[in-house]
Design a protein around this ligand. Structure first.
Ligand code: SF4
Length: 325
């Protein structure tokens, strides 16, 4: 019998697992394939074609529509690139993309259309670049999902960062706590947790998890966050507002409380980045402000995420505020 992998790469297999009838037309997207971890899929309600987590990962025909104003590089990554995989948008901070691998392919991803160019010699190039960039105090690990790097490569990357005294903080953007928590499991030989332990002895760790719906959080994510807290990591969440998935004050209120119960503070709530193929997830700014107002009335101030948009070329995220406030 074929060994099952921790991922679904076929919609047919996912639908069988979810006890759903196969879709009559399967939507192929050669630029952004279908992928979801079995762990994430296990949180989708069986026999429910409208489950919000299913909507996050299910390719649809709407992705193939060309919509004005939506493009392949909506946040201006290419203008900020110093070298392949090394981006500098903000003073004192560098964002790196050491991998394009993810544990699931979120259909609303703003980097979904990014050309998967070669990152050959990435570590050597990054080491050389960081050695001369002595004003950099924070390295931001992005991607792809940096926690999906093979352990040996992640060890080398951390070694490069550890060797630079001017780097004080390492910020990690990841969905693995909710989609592939086994990478943190100390019992697992491939666990990356010992690498994080070593890194945290010399650098401040900030982990920005991307959770969009309260159903994504489970016992496994709580265990990961507890382990990260033992490393004194600051744990923050960022979500994207998504039509038909989390566009309600009630859902986001539940998300804020559930994140807090697992030791994570809601930080950013993003309006959708205008990447090609994601327009059907967008809601208006007026709706977004209304939703945030509902959350504000239901939770303490420290659990209200900041509603922002990323605008290409701007020196920081742009807050979206109600003109009347
Ligand atoms: S980069 Fe993040 S948002 Fe994009 S597909 Fe990967 S995990 Fe999802």
């Amino acid at each position: 019998m074929a060994k099952s992998t921790p991922f679904f790469t076929s919609l047919k297999d996912l639908f069988a697992f979810l006890e759903l009838p196969e879709p009559s037309t399967q939507v192929a997207n050669s630029r952004f394939s279908f992928l979801v971890s079995r762990h994430f899929a296990s949180k989708i309600e069986k026999n429910n074609p409208n489950d919000p987590l299913l909507r996050e990962i299910l390719p649809t025909a709407q992705e193939n529509l060309q919509v004005e104003g939506f493009c392949d590089d909506p946040v201006g990554d290419s203008d900020s690139e110093k070298e392949p995989g090394i981006l500098q948008k903000y003073k004192g901070r560098v964002l790196i993309e050491p991998t394009f691998a993810c544990s699931l392919h979120c259909r609303f991803c703003f980097r979904r259309a990014e050309p998967k160019r070669s990152l050959e010699n990435f570590l050597a190039r990054f080491d050389a670049w960081l050695s001369q960039a002595t004003d950099i105090h924070e390295v931001i690990l992005s991607g792809g999902d940096p926690m999906m790097l093979p352990k040996a490569q992640l060890a080398e990357l951390f070694q490069v960062i550890l060797s630079k005294d001017h780097v004080k903080t390492v910020r990690i953007h990841t969905r693995t706590p909710i989609s592939f928590p086994q990478v943190f499991d100390i019992e697992n030989k491939a666990s990356i947790y010992p690498l994080l332990q070593k890194l945290s002895q010399k650098k401040k760790l900030v982990v920005v998890v991307h959770v969009d719906h309260p159903n994504e959080l489970d016992d496994a994510s709580a265990k990961v966050f507890a382990a990260l807290q033992e490393l004194n990591a600051i744990l923050l969440n960022q979500s994207t507002l998504l039509k038909g998935i989390n566009d309600s004050g009630e859902v986001l209120t539940e998300l804020s409380f559930k994140l807090f119960s697992q030791g994570v503070l809601p930080y950013y709530l993003h309006q959708l980045d205008h990447a090609t193929g994601v327009a059907h997830f967008e809601i208006s700014d007026a709706q977004a402000l209304q939703i945030v107002e509902e959350v504000r009335q239901a939770v303490p101030g420290y659990l209200v995420p900041r509603l922002v948009r990323e605008i290409a070329g701007e020196a920081s995220k742009t807050p979206i505020v109600n003109p009347g406030r």
